[in-house]
Design a protein around this ligand. Structure first.
Ligand SMILES: [Fe+2]
Length: 283
């Protein structure tokens, strides 16, 4: 048994260190079913209250290092227009965005969140819930387990993630708003489904679902194939999340454009590893 892990995750309720226990087998089955149907699954009160407090404190101590950006962006996380496309193409729809990250390279060595992300127990549990193996921790040194900060008036418009699988851990809930909305399985490898994307961006709510998250809940999510957004944060309290990510390709990192727009800087690794994606989807 991992001594530090048991102070972070409620292992009595969710013994993720023992994937053969009947409790965890049932949980994996439930998560897999939800992820297959809906691209998304939530595990309530996954993180223990004391650990949640530690995560909150470690983020608050470093709030001045959070990179906030206000640039308008399209659903593929690009800020630059492509006038060669028709005017109504979803890639030309730039939406209001006000969002920030404490980049993963800013985390203290002993960080609670970093420790959790680096445990084999969490990786194997998530892999089993997804029914996908192997999955890897993301090689991107800025994005792999960043804290997400949405201040009052913060907004994250409709988009796809560049990593395949995202965990969302709610650390602090805002007074109002800041609601996660998603449209499951909109695109898949080799099929962008621009028509459906366009409908959602233009306000069609037919496929939109909302997810209610409470502090301590863990959400597992197929963010590369599911269009999602966070509505505007209302009230005086910021919305804090941690979003550790897993990928199918252990080598790939964000493109230099994404890294600059979202995390505020480009490292040599982003330039060295800037190659076309094998799934054929816009990144
Ligand atoms: Fe996302």
């Amino acid at each position: 048994m991992n001594d530090r892990l048991k102070t972070i995750v409620d292992l009595e309720k969710y013994p993720i260190h023992d994937l053969n226990s009947p409790i965890i087998k049932r949980l994996i089955e439930k998560c897999k079913k939800e992820l297959d149907q809906d691209s998304c699954s939530t595990i309530p009160n996954f993180i223990l209250p004391k650990s949640l407090e530690t995560m909150n404190l470690e983020l608050e101590k470093q709030l001045d290092e959070v990179y906030m950006s206000k640039e308008k962006i399209n659903a593929y996380l690009y800020a630059k227009d492509d006038p060669s496309l028709p005017k109504e193409h979803p890639k030309r729809n730039f939406m209001e965005r006000y969002n920030g990250y404490l980049n993963s390279d800013c985390f203290q060595k002993n960080s609670e969140m970093k420790y959790l992300y680096e445990t084999e127990e969490l990786l194997k549990f998530v892999s089993a819930c997804l029914g996908v193996s192997p999955i890897y921790r993301w090689a991107d040194p800025l994005a792999c387990h960043a804290y997400n900060v949405m201040k009052p008036e913060g907004i994250l418009p409709w988009h796809f993630d560049s990593c395949e699988f995202t965990l969302s851990l709610m650390i602090q809930k805002p007074e109002n708003g800041g609601i996660f909305e998603y449209c499951a399985n909109i695109r898949e490898p080799g099929n962008e489904n621009f028509e459906e994307v366009k409908k959602v961006l233009n306000g069609d709510r037919t496929k939109v679902k909302q997810l209610k998250l409470e502090p301590g809940d863990l959400q597992i999510f197929k963010g590369r194939f599911t269009l999602h957004r966070v509505t505007k944060v209302e009230g005086k309290k910021s919305r804090y999340m941690c979003i550790p990510a897993y990928v199918l390709d252990p080598w790939r990192v964000n493109t230099p454009e994404h890294s600059k727009a979202i995390y505020g800087k480009v490292l040599p690794i982003h330039i060295e590893r800037n190659q076309a994606r094998s799934d054929g989807l816009t990144d």
